[in-house]
Design a protein. Structure first.
Length: 70
């Protein structure tokens, strides 16, 4: 083998291992800190707000049609 290729392969393996270790630490910290449950509750609130807006706009549109008919 060419001199330096073995060291390059070893360096790439170390970088991949470091990336995996950092990923595991961060994902564990997020799941333990309650951020995931907070994100889920915010998503649910957003869905509820979208439903309320859709219902309100449908009601407003119906009111306008009733006024135009009169």
């Amino acid at each position: 083998m060419v001199v330096g290729v073995q060291e390059l392969i070893f360096f790439i393996i170390i970088l991949a291992a470091n990336y995996l270790l950092i990923y595991l630490i961060v994902s564990n910290a997020i799941s333990n800190s309650g951020l995931k449950s907070e994100m889920d509750s915010l998503k649910n609130e957003l869905i509820d707000i979208k439903k309320l807006l859709a219902d309100h706009s449908a009601k407003t549109l119906g009111d306008r049609k009733n006024k135009e008919e009169i």
